[in-house]
Design a protein around this ligand. Structure first.
Ligand code: FPP
Ligand code: MG
Ligand code: MG
Length: 332
């Protein structure tokens, strides 16, 4: 019963932080032009899963120590800005991603490119990146600025790697892509929270590894959901949406190990003939491809737990590990 009490107190602390962030983000993206303002605020008026800021806040609260509560609150104020910037950069990357992928839905509503057109969507994404850079620069910590500049570089790099991998069957390229496009943001934002708390090097590294392995596992799960779930549940195009873009993700690559002749032909012509997507889907379903991908995701979730265990025992550390479980079991 004692444990339940401390779990509840961690939950209400993080909920409090999340409320502060949700209020503050709307101010951070405000701009004196009606179209840009509406486009920039578009996805912040509905709530996504918000895993990324939650992870940053948990890392922050698990590490922070200080002589006085005021000292901790000072650092927390900066770490909340990191959490907020992480969500803003994430949304900017989704806005650009929906243009690149030609997706018409996101989070269950029309994508920004559908609602405002590609031109406004490109500019709104750029605007959000600029505002997040400003927020981060104002924290006055040059290392944090460097960490997030690296993230923005990695996002672009990941997308280009993914494009270059179309029509090819290369697991190394795939793993590098998902590090760049998904894991880097989570890894570097968790690291930034640790840097701001003045944590020792091994803890800064643990924070980075925690985020990195969650990120890799998160994208692996995402890539299975494109085979197992429908658009209604995911709120974005599904059921082979990646294949329709010519992209081979982990389930496809595992199915190709089991059915090399049939799958390699489909992969190399980028699933472009009538019925290709459907037959690849059949091979994925009759192979163990989804299970293999889930096993690989589970091994990265396990590495994230190991990284969390580098932190000192605390109710917040326990909450970090429960959040990993929750992310691992997600169905959308
Ligand atoms: C989602 O992947 C996409 C990303 C996580 C990164 C997108 C990055 C860019 C478009 C590069 C430019 C962006 C910035 C901010 C510099 P997905 O298409 O596999 O996922 P989905 O199923 O959610 O669409
Ligand atoms: Mg996409
Ligand atoms: Mg994409």
């Amino acid at each position: 019963e004692k444990r339940e009490t401390s779990d509840d107190s961690v939950k209400s602390t993080i909920d409090g932080d999340m409320t502060i962030i949700s209020d503050s983000v709307l101010g951070s993206v405000k701009v004196d032009h009606p179209v840009l303002d509406a486009a920039a605020a578009y996805f912040f008026q509905i709530s996504g899963k918000r895993f990324r800021p939650m992870l940053v806040l948990l890392v922050a609260r698990a590490i922070n120590k200080g002589a006085t509560p005021e000292h901790i609150e000072n650092i927390m104020a900066k770490q909340r800005k990191v959490a907020e910037s992480t969500e803003i950069i994430h949304v900017a990357s989704l806005i650009h991603d929906d243009i690149v992928d030609g997706s018409d839905t996101r989070r269950g509503i029309p994508s920004l490119n559908t609602k405002f057109g590609n031109k406004v969507a490109v500019l709104a994404g750029d605007f959000l990146l600029a505002r997040s850079s400003l927020t981060l620069a104002r924290l006055g910590n040059i290392e944090v600025v460097e960490l997030f500049s690296t993230v923005i570089e990695h996002l672009s790099h990941g997308e280009v790697l993914q494009m270059a991998g179309k029509g090819k069957q290369n697991f190394d390229n795939y793993m590098r892509t998902i590090y760049f496009k998904t894991a880097s943001l989570i890894a570097h934002s968790c690291k930034a929270a640790a840097v701001l708390s003045g944590a020792p090097l091994h803890i800064v590294e643990a924070a980075y590894n925690f985020g990195k392995h969650i990120g890799i596992a998160y994208q692996l799960t995402d890539d299975t959901l494109d085979f197992t779930q429908n658009e209604g549940l995911l709120g974005k195009p599904s059921q082979g949406a990646d294949m329709r873009l010519g992209i081979s993700t982990a389930p496809i690559l595992y199915a190709a190990k089991q059915y090399p002749n049939e799958m390699n032909e489909l992969i190399s012509r980028k699933f472009s003939n009538d019925g290709d997507v459907e037959s690849a889907m059949e091979f994925v379903k009759k192979s163990q491809a989804v299970e293999h991908t889930q096993d690989l995701a589970a091994s990265h979730f396990k590495k994230a737990v190991d990284a969390a265990l580098q932190f000192e025992p605390s109710p917040t550390r326990t909450a970090m590990i429960s959040l990993i479980r929750k992310i691992m079991e997600r169905d959308h």
